[in-house]
Design a protein around this ligand. Structure first.
Ligand code: GAL
Length: 366
């Protein structure tokens, strides 16, 4: 064989052994998902905003050692220092570019709401067409999860950096739309009455913008026993002072809300910390309720524990009238940074109830 040909064949052989950059086209729930730099995507408990042709995925940036804090003995959960809110961008929901931290934590000030020892969870961003601002809400908490507050930040661009506005307990001094006098009678364990003046507890949360531009916050309140749906002000920066109690005493958290054919749907979980439990689905004709529970929407292997995961968001996919993407977190409670993402499409049965089937690998339809 001529020497030149041998050399070319040898080089071709070597080249075929090198890894080639293959475009990702399928989603494999629960596997490590990498960004365009090849690094594992770090955006937990998050949500997606679609803006001008681009999807922005915001989530909890969890980096470093998972530990069992002494201060949390009563609560018993593991945690990781809060790194802030990360943001990734994509045009196809499969290829994600790291856009850095939309809202970094504040390590230099232990008294700051955003200090890493505190909790920054379940960030969600919505766009206010009136003010042209991107508004970020999240669960802000103290290291032992007893503050139970909502944090708000704002930005002129989707990737930030967002400017921190502050945190509060929502709806201080405001009576829920659907509370009776008996609901508000002071009694041991009545957190609604206890917190009426100072503001209601707010932990797991999501945001939802209705067709008319009115935005709502759903938050697990009353020590996670009851959820509140709370209208936001026109600038989306605070509660408007109108809220209802839903799933009273049902201990549903991790809310994800969407609207289809004029009806509102909610997917949530039970309250078992990082451990998975059966999902809850519910439907309503009015956002303030009544909400009707319709059971666990999951089907297939692992459905009874939500495929080992917990709801965080439902995205109506742009330009696909009936395609809704259900997003879940599969928490790794001993290595929270390595928690994985479980995203699956939602089907609807004959009664128009949502069904989410386990699939180890799937692609968006062409
Ligand atoms: C879960 C909640 C998570 C996180 C976790 C801490 O109940 O859904 O967002 O707060 O508890 O243990």
């Amino acid at each position: 064989m001529p020497r030149l040909l041998a050399c070319v064949l040898f080089l071709a052989g070597v080249a075929s052994l090198l890894p080639t950059a293959r475009a990702v086209t399928a989603l494999a729930p629960g596997e490590v998902w990498r960004d365009t730099d090849g690094r594992p995507i770090n955006a937990h408990g998050g949500g997606i905003l679609f803006h001008e042709g681009v999807y922005y995925w915001y989530g909890e940036f969890k980096e470093g050692r998972t530990y069992l804090p002494k201060v949390n003995k009563a609560w018993g959960g593991t945690r990781v220092l809060a790194g802030g809110v990360s943001v990734y961008s994509s045009r196809d929901l499969v290829t994600w570019k790291n856009e850095g931290l939309a809202l970094p934590s504040v390590p230099e000030n232990p008294d700051h709401d955003l200090a890493p020892e505190n909790v920054i969870e379940r960030p969600k961003v919505i766009y206010n067409a009136r003010t042209k601002k991107f508004v970020l809400w999240f669960h802000q908490d103290s290291p032992n999860y007893q503050a139970a507050r909502s944090g708000v930040a704002v930005s002129d661009t989707p990737v930030g950096p967002f400017k921190y506005v502050g945190s509060f307990r929502p709806n201080a001094g405001v009576r829920p739309l659907n509370a009776t006098d008996a609901d508000l009678a002071a009694a041991p364990g009545n957190f609604l009455a206890r917190d009426l003046e100072g503001g209601q507890m707010a932990r797991d949360m999501t945001l939802f913008v209705d067709d008319d531009g009115t935005a709502y916050q759903f938050y697990a309140s009353e020590s996670n026993q009851t959820m509140h749906v709370s209208q936001l002000s026109e600038d989306y920066l605070r509660p408007a002072g109108k809220y209802a109690r839903i799933f009273v005493g049902r201990s549903i958290e991790a809310p994800a809300v969407f609207k289809r054919n004029g009806r509102y749907y909610l997917i949530g979980s039970g309250c078992t910390g990082w451990d998975p439990n059966p999902a809850h689905a519910a439907v309503a004709d009015s956002i303030f309720g009544p909400w009707r529970e319709i059971g666990n929407p999951c089907r297939g292997e692992g459905a009874e524990i939500t495929f080992g995961a917990q709801s965080t968001f439902v995205l109506p996919v742009a330009g696909r009238p009936d395609l809704f993407l259900a997003m879940f977190d599969r928490w790794n409670k001993w290595n929270l940074e390595d928690s994985r993402y479980v995203w699956l499409p939602i089907e609807f049965d004959a009664a128009q109830n949502p069904i989410i089937r386990w699939q180890p690998r799937w692609s968006f339809p062409e």
